[in-house]
Design a protein around this ligand. Structure first.
Ligand SMILES: [Zn+2]
Length: 96
């Protein structure tokens, strides 16, 4: 099925879904039943939201060519997680 756009002079554009290749040159307007001419528009290939489509594309790309790194990313000292202070109870444990 494909979505075709028609334009009524009184009510504006409307869409009609028909099998590919069977779209008539004119279609009746849903508002006034006047024969409306077909409009030729760009194909609607990416109808999803930009963020969602970008995420889907990146996910597919990693399936074919995953990014391999040799080491974890190095953070600046200001962004590193601070080490926990030493626990005083550990000093009382027996030493080997
Ligand atoms: Zn109309």
């Amino acid at each position: 099925m494909a979505l075709y756009r028609y334009r009524c002079n009184a009510h504006g554009a409307f869409d009609l879904t028909t099998p590919i290749g069977t779209a008539p040159a004119t279609a009746p307007c849903p508002g006034c039943a006047t024969a409306s001419a077909r409009q030729y528009t760009a194909p609607m290939l990416g109808r999803g939201a930009d963020t969602a489509m970008s995420l889907i594309d990146r996910t597919r790309a990693t399936a074919d060519a995953p990014a391999v790194v040799s080491a974890p990313p190095r953070r600046p000292a200001s962004q590193r997680t601070p080490l926990a202070p030493p626990n005083p109870a550990l000093r009382r444990l027996p030493r080997p």
